[in-house]
Design a protein around this ligand. Structure first.
Ligand code: A3P
Length: 325
């Protein structure tokens, strides 16, 4: 191999080691050999210390915006295509490489005082993501949000309808969640996107293959919605962020929006946009029953898993487990 010219050597190498074709980026600053060839003008200060990994519809945008209010917490630059989300670890952006990822973050003026983070709500359920995150950011803290998975599925379905997705427009929620292997492919895809992120225990176990439980923080979406000040209190403790910010000064319930919003002045609040925080008709009893049965085993597994994260079993989970008997 060593006697070949560089290009041929490359081809030969990947012929011999095809598994190496898929890169796995590691942090150059963690390895002295890598660091010695890392150009002097590069820095390792532009990598995040924590990630909000999702799943979608659990309040990830609200949490992202509340955290961004903190003076020592800084998120990535916004993207024209994917807005606040970088979607590095779950898409072809990964192949754009480490420089691309680092350039997605601002260079903090006081790196030791600043926590960089990103929120990409599709990371949670993606099979490859925990392995890639652990390779590059082994010390990163991981934030996961959980809510009743049936409600999450319904919220996702309504989200698709708001975006006039033809499949969501053509089928009722019950038809979507009861679709089977004989159903049209687009209906099956919508069913998967409604249902699979809510298999929380299964996904959490995959994250636990790569991260110890004390590096993972579970946020209960209902608490974020009803008592975000308390959620932000515990989150700041988990992140060891300074200075401590008393969010009761910065968040306020907005009766028109029906959610907590950022305080701008005595009379003015800044709420999330129209696409976050909807009211829609209640889920039909048939779909509810079907989903209770569908998620039963997964919810039981979740209730056992929560003990390792030192977090209480939320009310919705207690109710689901009781009703499922
Ligand atoms: P709905 O739009 O179905 O009501 P995500 O940002 O992860 O996609 O989650 C969107 C959900 O966040 C919304 O779902 C809403 O219920 C919830 N949410 C929680 N706190 C919120 C807040 N302060 N403002 C707006 N939506 C909030």
């Amino acid at each position: 191999l060593l006697s070949l010219p560089p290009l041929e050597m490359g081809f030969k190498y990947f012929e011999l080691y095809p598994q190496d074709k898929d890169p796995l980026w590691t942090n150059p600053c963690d390895y002295s050999r890598h660091l010695s060839i890392w150009p002097a003008n590069r820095t390792c200060d532009r990598l995040p210390q924590f990630l909000i990994v999702g799943p979608q519809k659990t309040g990830t945008t609200a949490l992202y915006s509340f955290l961004s209010q903190h003076p020592s917490i800084v998120s990535n630059h916004k993207s024209r295509k994917t807005f606040e989300e970088i979607q590095f670890f779950n898409t072809d952006n990964y192949y754009s490489g480490l420089d691309w990822y680092m350039a997605s973050f601002p260079s903090p003026e006081k790196p030791n005082m600043t926590l960089l983070f990103e929120k990409s709500a599709n990371y949670f359920e993606n099979e490859i993501v925990p392995k890639r995150v652990a390779a590059l950011l082994p010390r990163a803290k991981i934030i996961v949000l959980v809510m009743n998975p049936a409600k999450r599925a319904y919220s996702w379905y309504q989200h698709q309808r708001n975006h006039k997705d033809p499949t969501a427009m053509n089928y009722t929620f019950h038809e979507v969640v009861t679709a089977n292997d004989m159903s049209p492919p687009k209906l099956r895809t919508l069913r998967s996107r409604c249902l699979l992120p809510g298999l929380y225990a299964q996904h959490l176990i995959r994250w636990l293959d790569f991260f110890p439980p004390n590096q993972i923080h579970i946020v209960h979406s209902d608490e974020l919605r009803n008592d975000p000040i308390n959620v932000m209190h515990y989150l700041q403790k988990f992140l060891h962020v300074h200075p401590y910010m008393d969010y009761s000064q910065y968040l306020r319930y907005d009766p028109v929006k029906g959610f907590f919003c950022q305080v701008i002045s005595d009379k003015q609040n800044k709420c999330l946009g129209k696409s976050k925080g909807h009211t829609y008709p209640p889920m039909g009893p048939e779909a509810e029953q079907h989903l209770r049965h569908f998620y039963r085993k997964h919810n039981m597994n979740l209730s056992k898993l929560l003990a390792s994260f030192n977090t209480a079993v939320p009310q919705w989970l207690q109710t689901e487990l009781k009703e499922a008997v």
